[in-house]
Design a protein around this ligand. Structure first.
Ligand code: FES
Ligand code: FES
Length: 155
């Protein structure tokens, strides 16, 4: 089947099997910033925003995302134009292998959009669906708090 998607503000048409998951269609078409982890909806590596809502793209049929707006971490910021959240993750030492980072950044982005001053508990709750095998989470929580400060400064 074929379907249209708006990805990071641009229109695309992709062909894929009816049962294909959004994660695979994105990665097969070059959006490799969306990472593949557990494929079971547990790790959050495959996070994207679908119409602004944080979802696990491994659990979504691509067909159900047709004509909808998909945002990957590259729309939030890039290596040369990083978002304050990405700067905060680097400065706080919250990026080691980096595999979880795209999902962590998107989860942080949606958290700070709805709650600019999260407590530690609120940060833990918001990142509950995103696993990190490297950092032990302490630096990630520090990064989210630093990100909150940076986002406020940039407003
Ligand atoms: Fe989707 Fe783990 S790969 S939640
Ligand atoms: Fe390696 Fe999080 S930095 S999984």
């Amino acid at each position: 089947m074929k379907a249209n998607f708006i990805i990071n503000g641009k229109a695309f048409e992709f062909e894929f099997a009816p049962h294909a998951k959004l994660l695979d269609v994105l990665r097969e078409n070059g959006f490799t910033e969306v990472k593949c982890g557990c494929r079971e909806g547990f790790c959050g590596a495959c996070s994207v925003l679908l119409d602004g809502r944080l979802v696990n793209s491994c659990k979504i049929y691509a067909a159900s995302a047709k004509d909808r707006e998909i945002t990957t971490v590259k729309k939030i910021g890039t290596l040369h134009e990083p978002h304050p959240i990405q700067e905060a993750f680097v400065e706080a030492g919250a990026v080691q292998c980096g595999y979880c980072t795209p999902g962590m950044v998107l989860a942080t982005y949606t958290l700070l959009e709805r709650n600019p001053n999260p407590t530690d508990e609120e940060i833990k709750e918001a990142l509950d669906g995103n696993f990190c095998r490297c950092t032990g989470y302490v630096k990630i929580i520090d990064a989210v708090k630093l990100a909150a400060e940076k986002v406020k400064e940039n407003d």
